[in-house]
Design a protein around this ligand. Structure first.
Ligand code: ATP
Ligand code: MG
Length: 361
């Protein structure tokens, strides 16, 4: 993933990752990439100097002279306890030199400029400019989940949030081509390509759903169809979860947002799967979800027009308080196992590996 970024070497220091850069590195590009990496709370362009009080003080002075500020502080973090000065002594020593050279005052609580000094086993690093990272946990440390991704606004945000908790995702999308256009599939591919900048390799499974919908339509009144669609989606998605050793399913559902997303309906949807269903947006307001989607860059893709497979053959108002016994009665007229295995067999899998060279912002 580091191709073309000018990274020379990556080292693990105590509590830090040190990325050594090639002289022709483009810092802006690297910063943009680092901001997408989950597990990084913050990062900073740092300078490496010899591990002596004199070399450290000289670099601190040089950094201070490049900037204008009225107050400052020196913040030393000393992993190497055999360094001749302790943190307080080094702070005082360097602070005094900077104060004399710049005339700025020392302010330990609300300094305009913080010069950070970190002393490791064989090197010392200095930096002033901390950049906030994406936070969360590195993707992959928290197992795998399958996310049901429509090409709408919500599920990409749900995916992002779970990914940021270190969960590696497999995406499943259902479509009703040729009854609907292929736009939902194309938009979904764009969304997955976009989200793949946070996960090294992403799998998208595209599932033909029309036949299942037609069977459901023939045995179910309109108000219950969305629920039966969703239950079939869950069953099929869970099959892919088992295949991919996933430990949970993820949806973009949100309590009360649309008629199909009431608590009784969520209960009816959950009932057909054994894996936990994560709904990271359950308690969010639509405005907040939209703002989040804008921030992570999925919004412009989500609002591109597409036919939603769920509104196919669903005239009128969907049931808001589903009765489980009615659902079970309707489903008795379906060969569920066969529909599930047919959908699974007809699915198409594609892999996305984000090319960092394409990153722009
Ligand atoms: P979204 O914005 O994610 O489409 P929504 O508010 O439109 O959500 P619904 O369309 O009712 O809500 O869908 C609820 C959830 O079901 C979605 O968030 C998604 O996880 C899943 N889902 C719906 N349609 C599909 C689909 N075609 N393929 C995969 N998952 C889907
Ligand atoms: Mg939708």
């Amino acid at each position: 993933a580091s191709d073309g970024l000018g990274i020379e070497e990556v080292r693990l220091l105590r509590g830090r990752i040190l990325i050594l850069l090639h002289p022709d590195c483009q810092p802006d590009k690297l910063v943009a990439v680092l901001k997408t990496v989950f597990g990084i709370a913050y990062f900073a362009p740092a300078y490496r100097v010899q591990q002596t009080p004199q070399a450290i003080a000289e670099k601190a002075l040089a950094l201070a002279k490049q900037r204008s500020f009225a107050s400052f502080r020196i913040a030393t973090r000393r992993a190497n306890k055999s360094f001749p000065m302790n943190s307080v002594e080094l702070n005082t020593h360097v602070g005094e030199l900077v104060r004399q050279a710049t005339g700025a005052r020392v302010d330990l609580k609300k300094a305009e400029l913080t010069i950070a000094i970190e002393i490791f086993d064989s090197e010392a690093l200095l930096y002033c400019d901390k950049i906030i990272g994406a936070g969360g946990l590195p993707v992959g440390v928290s197992n795998t989940a399958v996310v049901l991704l429509s090409s709408g606004i919500d599920s990409p945000v749900a995916a992002y949030k779970i990914m940021r908790r270190g969960v590696s995702l497999v995406f499943v999308h259902f479509h009703s081509v040729p009854m609907t256009s292929a736009a939902s599939v194309e938009n979904t591919k764009k969304l997955v390509a976009h989200l793949s900048r946070h996960q090294k390799k992403v799998k998208l499974i595209v599932v033909p759903f029309l036949e299942t919908q037609q069977h459901i339509t023939s045995v179910t009144p309109p108000s219950y169809r969305v629920l039966l669609y969703r239950r079939m989606m869950m069953r099929i998605a869970e099959k892919f979860a088992f295949k991919n050793k996933a430990k949970a399913l993820v949806t973009g559902e949100n309590v009360g947002q649309v008629a199909s997303q009431t608590l009784p309906n969520m209960l009816a949807i959950n009932e057909v799967v054994s894996l936990p269903v994560l709904r990271p947006l359950a308690g969010d307001d639509k405005q907040d979800i939209i703002a989040f989607a804008e921030k992570i860059g999925t919004f412009p893709i989500s609002i591109q027009p597409y036919d939603d497979c769920c509104s196919l053959f669903v005239p009128g108002n969907p049931e808001t308080s589903a009765k489980l016994d009615r659902i079970v009665d309707y489903e008795k007229n379906l060969d569920i196992e066969q529909l599930v295995s047919k959908a699974v067999a007809g699915a198409e899998t594609m892999i996305y590996a984000h090319d960092r060279k394409d990153d722009t912002e």
